[in-house]
Design a protein around this ligand. Structure first.
Ligand SMILES: Nc1ncnc2c1ncn2[C@@H]1O[C@H](COP(=O)(O)O)[C@@H](OP(=O)(O)O)[C@H]1O
Ligand SMILES: [Mg+2]
Length: 273
């Protein structure tokens, strides 16, 4: 029987939302003015809240968090929570909206549930997968345009490919790749979770990243996108495998399944991979 992770999903949606509300309130308090300190306070507050909540509720599961010293013991666990307490710290600390709180549960290396909270938008996106296949998805809150659904991966592809890309780790190959791809528009925003949300909310079509991301950056966004039927892989089409000893996974491609081959060909033709 397929596990539905009902209790874990309710728990993850709650703690991601609550962690986001806490750090949003900390920033709004105006108590700290130095952006570096604002970022540190937010990172640590969200991490402590998520970590305390997960350790109390699921003491036997493994845990990997960006803000906590890692332990190889988690790699021996079948179930491991992978969290990024504040993805897009640079954007958070400078008062922007493009940051997120990520909470994911992986089972035997595969994402089982993912939650991406977007506190500045009052939204929490979530998805559940079984063996990498979509099971359930949804969101809490009301998107700005009032839409009541997230876009499925088989939704229509518009003309120009809108590519989300990093604001602060802008790769020099992006323009070359995008030109090889054809008609396009670059959408530079912060945070992996926020970038993935642009696709799922209809603001962009594909997300390609090559260097520097870690499991906590990609796991929850990947799971939400997979649950909606989007293509998620490394840049050569291989599946990501989670809960590895080295959490650095570097690459991420999220796009509609119908666009995956074309994007991977353009990556090869432009010498990115
Ligand atoms: N080249 C790179 N080197 C280091 N970290 C990178 C990176 N590219 C992306 N990241 C990480 O991925 C997240 C989103 O980055 P970006 O907005 O530039 O795409 C950030 O996570 P955190 O904010 O959680 O540290 C950032 O640290
Ligand atoms: Mg991050």
């Amino acid at each position: 029987m397929t596990a539905s992770f009902e209790a874990e999903l309710g728990f993850a949606r709650r703690i991601a939302r609550e962690a986001g509300e806490r750090v949003l309130a900390l920033r709004a308090s105006g108590r700290w003015t130095d952006p570096t300190i604002v970022g540190d306070v937010g990172d640590q507050a969200a991490d402590a809240y998520l970590q305390g909540s997960i350790r109390a509720a699921y003491p036997n599961d493994g845990l990997l968090s960006e803000e906590t010293v890692d332990s190889p013991a988690r790699t021996k666990k079948s179930r491991t929570w992978i969290v990024d307490p504040l993805d897009g710290t640079k954007e958070y600390r400078t008062g922007r909206v493009d940051w997120a709180v990520h909470v994911a549960l992986v089972v035997d290396g595969k994402p089982a549930l993912g939650v991406v909270a977007l506190p500045s938008l009052g939204l929490v996106l979530w998805g559940v997968c079984a063996e990498g296949e979509p099971l359930r998805h949804g969101f809490d809150g009301v998107p700005e345009d009032g839409t009541s659904t997230l876009l499925l991966g088989d939704s229509r592809t518009p003309g120009a490919m809108r590519l989300v890309c990093s604001r602060s780790h802008t790769p020099d190959w992006m323009e070359r790749f995008a030109t090889t791809l054809g008609e396009h528009e670059l959408v530079p925003v912060g945070s992996v979770g926020y970038k993935a949300s642009r696709l799922l909310l209809g603001e962009a079509d594909a997300y390609v990243h090559k260097t520097g991301v870690k499991e906590w950056d990609t796991c929850a966004p990947e799971c939400v996108a997979l649950a909606l039927g989007w293509h998620v892989s490394r840049l050569n089409g291989d599946k990501q495998i989670y809960n590895q000893l080295d959490p650095r996974n570097d690459e991420l491609l999220i796009c509609r399944p119908a666009d995956a081959e074309r994007i991977m060909r353009a990556l090869r033709d432009s010498g990115v991979v």
